[in-house]
Design a protein around this ligand. Structure first.
Ligand code: HEM
Length: 539
């Protein structure tokens, strides 16, 4: 910069070279910006950039995705990443319900780094659950790893295949038959709690949870919980805490990655996880000792044509199959822990919801309750001596009643799968690698396309003559395809046995002024309020 003095003023001048530099800089910036915009424009066709580079879905015939699948408007410019931020569990549940009602068959969301395809329509669900490329569970099941590790429920591909094959044997018809004695004993224990009372208000929570946990531990694990002090009730409390942590993670994309979750949230659940995993380890240790004793006894008392196997009279537990497989080198101790955690968790929580909503519906629909009761009185002796699996199968009214209960209140409201590679669906949608798929069972079961007056409780929908024209995937409380529920028969046998015993002792009536049910987002179908009914002793 220079300076020239005139009579009254001083004139400053700027060297031309500096001005040239600044202009060049602006030109450079403009060029970089236009290249960037061009690049973003090109990349944006493949990626939803603001949704943290989620790869976009496309269609087989090249038409726009929106013309095939609705893509709902999001709350922020970041795709649907923050649609659920600030909502509580009940609001998140309602959010997905509203989307299902609005978009009918399916819709596409963009969540951090991935497309998320949501399905409410039976034919598309059939396609997904039988798709060879969609065997793996959705990424949210990874949030269960600190609890279940990679047992059969959360395992991927090869490991899942091996474990599924191993466990399938433990659910054999012969083994289930042997459990009937235990289910009856636990059901009688359930009604014994109300001994001496003509009527009483029953919370549809703790007594049922006690029943399901005792039943799974004694049948599948071969261990009586009554002999393990308070650890069962601690398990129940801690499991609920872990469930809250799971939902906290789902709701907040900030916690989807392990790094931030481990840094800020994981410690809140560490103690609960330690107790829950310790509980299953104690069960395994106890069973190892019991099994050795039992095998020794059988060897000593064995007659010539007896077999020390599953055909012996005394029931073997499912856990025994795993311990025997360990001896053959097919699974190690860590693997047994994974499967025991998985089976206890599934066997404890899923049947709980069916019993809870089943008893609620018994109270709300006295005519249907009466139909079930009449049938039970007709087919099952009062001393329960013929309450076996064959006779349970003859209880058609109870069967329809429970199916309708599971239609309206499926234990698992949403299932999820993940595309391990680019996957084309039958409707022409191409999902990129890593896409997430949510199967909204709760809404499929209430989809008016498949169900007449879907909100009405009508067990006769499940009479054989009324099922013929229904799409088989319109009703999937146990999921379907290769990863369907392993414990379906076990659960129905257990639930029916308990309901038969309760019906024989009590009439179930509603409490006065019940609160409306508010559902919550969770691994299972939770309600914010604890439901209650009244038991009135039958004379
Ligand atoms: C009425 C009660 C039950 C219902 C409604 C139910 C429902 C389901 C559903 C929907 C799935 C699929 C989960 C998914 O794809 O994410 C599933 C899987 C599974 N269930 Fe159940 N379940 C019940 C009881 C049980 C019981 C009592 C056991 C064990 C004793 C059990 C063991 C399993 C296992 C091991 C899987 C994983 C299967 C796999 O991924 O290959 N379930 N269950």
């Amino acid at each position: 910069m220079g300076e020239v003095e005139t009579e009254n003023t001083t004139v400053y001048f700027v060297e031309r070279s500096g001005s040239v530099d600044n202009n060049m800089l602006i030109l450079w910036l403009l060029a970089v910006l236009s290249v960037l915009i061009h690049w973003l424009y090109k990349v944006n066709k493949d990626y939803y950039i603001l949704s943290f580079f989620a790869r976009r879905a496309r269609t087989k015939d090249g038409r726009s995705v929106e013309s095939l699948v609705p893509t709902p408007k999001s709350r922020t410019i970041f795709g649907n990443c923050f649609d659920c931020i600030g909502k509580d569990n009940a609001e998140v549940f309602q959010f997905f319900r509203d989307q299902a009602v609005r978009y009918g068959e399916c819709y596409l969301h963009y969540t951090p780094g991935k497309a998320s395809f949501n399905v409410i329509d039976a034919p598309t669900v059939e396609n997904i659950l039988n798709h060879p490329k969609l065997i793996n569970k959705g990424f949210m099941y990874d949030f269960l790893h600190p609890f279940l590790k990679t047992g059969v429920l959360t395992a991927k591909e090869k490991k899942w295949h091996t474990r599924r094959g191993m466990l399938q044997r433990t659910f054999h018809y012969n083994i289930l038959n042997q459990f009937q004695e235990i289910f009856i004993a636990e059901s009688l224990k359930f009604v014994e709690q109300f001994k001496g009372k003509e009527s009483c208000i029953v919370s549809l929570r703790d007594p049922i949870y006690r029943f399901t946990l005792n039943s799974i531990c004694e049948t599948a694990m071969g261990v009586k919980l009554d002999e393990m002090g308070d650890s069962g009730s601690h398990y129940r409390d801690n499991l609920h805490h872990i469930d809250e942590g799971f939902v906290r993670r789902i709701r907040n994309p900030f916690y989807w990655g392990d790094f931030w979750y481990n840094l800020f949230a994981a410690r809140d659940y560490a103690a609960a996880l330690k107790q829950v995993n310790g509980f299953s380890s104690d069960i395994i240790a106890k069973r190892r000792i019991l099994l050795e004793e039992e095998l020794e006894n059988r060897r000593l008392n064995q007659s010539a044509d007896d077999d020390i196997g599953f055909t012996s009279k005394k029931p073997f537990a499912m856990l025994d199959t795993l311990i025997c497989a360990e001896k053959d080198g097919l699974i190690d101790h860590k693997g047994i822990c994974e499967e025991v955690d998985t089976l206890i968790y599934e066997g404890y929580d899923s049947p709980f919801h069916v019993i809870k909503f089943g008893l609620m519906n018994m109270s709300l629909y006295p005519d249907h309750q009466e139909n079930c009761y009449r049938e039970v009185q007709e087919l099952i002796r009062d001393d329960l001596s013929n309450l076996d699996t064959r006779q349970l199968n003859n209880l058609k009214n109870l069967d329809c009643f429970l199916k309708e209960t599971m239609r309206l209140f499926p234990s698992g409201p949403i299932l999820a799968r993940q595309a391990v590679e680019e996957t084309e669906l039958a409707n022409g949608l191409i999902l990129p690698k890593g896409s997430h798929i949510n199967i909204h069972i709760f809404d499929i079961h209430r989809n008016p396309k498949h169900w007449d007056s879907p909100e009405e409780f009508r067990p006769d929908r499940f009479l054989t003559e009324n099922c013929q024209w229904r799409h088989p995937y319109a009703y999937i409380p146990f999921s379907a395809g290769s990863r369907n529920c392993l414990g379906k028969k076990f659960a129905m046998q257990e639930i029916k046995t308990l309901l038969v015993v309760i019906l024989k002792h009590f009439r179930i009536v509603p409490i006065t002024n019940p609160e409306p049910i508010v559902f919550q987002m969770g691994i299972q179908l939770r309600t914010t309020n604890t439901l209650k009914v009244k038991f009135v002793r039958r004379t």
